[in-house]
Write a protein that binds this ligand. Structure first.
Ligand SMILES: [Zn+2]
Length: 487
């Protein structure tokens, strides 16, 4: 099998695993709802049970077919037909999942988990931003201005709402997409769109091309998107890129090269994110310490472009002409956005936490811990862990347990939420492609395989949430010990 074929095969495996994951999440959401539902309302849950059952069996049939194709008929024969066909199949699935998701509005949903707030709050710890996180019925992530729903009540609070799809309630790796939404909140506060727009609209070139109001409007919609991308990258580093890729290739049905009135083409956004990782964060591609990072990022990026290639074969018409896109998604514009974002957001009076590429040095080690199902929130280099433990033992013997004195030792390896999700994404990619896929590959009974996949996935969610909880506890004691002046 040639290499390109192998990559395509991996791409479809990823797509497959990701679609299966969505079904798992729907199923779990309904199971949780059942526990709290009054008996008289079980009928509505039954509707979902049946729907998901049908979806699952359709999916497993397709999976079977897909597997056969991989095993016997060969992936490379009749290439165009089969790749486009498989992509269409998966797209049809994501559409069905979105349809079911919309109907979740019939079910009462409690509030977001505390870890979700902790995760987002840590990003903007130094600022006074307060946002709420609510659930959406559409499978989408967004920042919403509540007061726009209430136009007759002009004086109400302008507090931003961040919306998370209901089924991702327990999935920390999806909360990372909300970093982009936090980016929107910041970009708006700092007036980034107006600043950039004014700057650019004085160019001669601009006046010539943006003659029409529609184009003008599009540009004003695209600038905040690119600014939010830049901010999320600054918050999370590679963990901002991985969920973006994953979301685009599995949940967006449109051609990934296609812009919309609200968003530049995903392919351009990715190009920009990768470029920015290199330029603004000074990640050297050649440095051996980043070898692991780039192997994974490159693999992910390849999946994205495989999808673009197949999209191209399927030819979906572009709604915005290419000239406009080329003219305005220039490096010059992107650079201006990035410069504005970085100088304003990370200035002295707007203290916001930044992902540091130096933190990534631990990533490999953290990934290994996750692989062994060890929560990583308390990560500390072995030696320090032992010294802290022995002090803890001594303290217990003396019956004077002063946690504030002990925690600084444990905290030598205090991990941020950003480090946790970075390790989480890196490990997830490996698991999905190799470990988790194996469950389906050999499966005689798909139902059984599906349940095993579900169990592993939920275990992984728990592992990451535990890691976040530990990080929270350690930060708390760390702060406490600083208050008491313990060094
Ligand atoms: Zn956005």
């Amino acid at each position: 099998m040639i290499n390109e074929e192998k990559e395509r095969e991996l791409f479809f495996k990823l797509f497959f695993a990701e679609s299966a994951e969505k079904i798992v999440r729907l199923e779990c959401f309904i199971d949780e709802a059942k526990k709290k539902a009054p008996e008289k309302n079980l009928g509505v849950l039954q509707i979902f049970d049946e729907t998901i059952e049908i979806l699952k069996s359709q999916f497993l049939n397709e999976a079977h077919e897909f597997n056969e194709r991989l095993e016997s008929k060969g992936f490379s024969k009749d290439r165009k037909y089969s790749h486009g066909l498989i992509l269409r199949l998966f797209n049809r699935f994501s559409r069905k999942i979105q349809e079911i998701h919309k109907c979740l509005k019939w079910i009462y949903t409690p509030w977001t988990e505390k870890e979700t707030y902790a995760f987002l709050n840590q990003l903007v710890l130094g600022s006074d931003i307060k946002f709420s996180i609510v659930f959406t019925d559409e499978y989408t992530f967004l920042k919403h201005d509540a007061h726009k729903d209430l136009p007759d009540f002009v004086d109400i609070s302008k507090a931003p709402l961040l919306a998370l799809p209901k089924i991702e309630r327990n999935n920390p790796l999806r909360w990372t997409i909300l970093a982009h939404e936090v980016g929107h909140v910041l970009a708006e506060r700092l007036n980034i769109t107006t600043r950039i727009y004014e700057n650019f609209s004085t160019c001669e070139n601009f006046k010539r091309v943006v003659g029409e109001i529609k184009k003008d409007r599009i540009l004003q919609a695209w600038i905040p998107e690119l600014a939010a991308d830049a901010i999320s990258l600054r918050f999370l580093g590679p963990a901002a890129i991985m969920p973006f890729i994953n979301f685009c290739i599995t949940m967006i049905e449109n051609n990934l090269q296609n812009p919309t009135e609200f968003h530049p083409p995903p392919s351009r956004r990715l190009e920009y994110l990768l470029n920015s990782l290199e330029m603004d964060m000074q990640v050297e591609y050649q440095a051996p310490r980043f070898k692991e990072l780039f192997e994974q990022l490159n693999r992910y990026r390849d999946f994205f472009f495989i999808r673009c290639y197949i999209d191209g074969e399927m030819r979906i018409d572009r709604i915005i002409d290419e000239d406009f896109e080329k003219e305005y998604l220039s490096l010059k514009l992107l650079k201006a956005i990035a410069e504005n974002v970085y100088s304003l957001c990370w200035s002295k009076d707007c203290q916001i936490s930044t992902f540091s590429i130096d933190d990534y040095d631990k990533n490999d080690e953290l990934k290994k811990m996750l692989h062994q199902n060890i929560p990583i929130g308390s990560y500390s280099p072995e030696k320090k862990k032992i010294s802290a433990r022995s002090r803890l033992e001594n303290a217990k013997k003396n019956k004077k347990v002063n946690l504030a004195r002990i925690y600084p030792d444990l905290n030598q390896g205090l991990l941020s939420m950003s480090e946790i999700v970075n390790a989480g994404w890196a490990e997830k990619l490996d698991r999905q492609l190799y470990d988790w896929w194996e469950i389906f590959k050999e499966a005689k009974e798909f139902e059984k395989a599906f349940n095993e996949y579900r169990d592993r996935l939920l275990e992984y969610d728990l592992l990451l949430r535990k890691s976040m909880e530990m990080s929270l506890i350690h930060t708390f004691y760390h702060e406490k010990s600083k208050e008491r002046g313990v060094k």
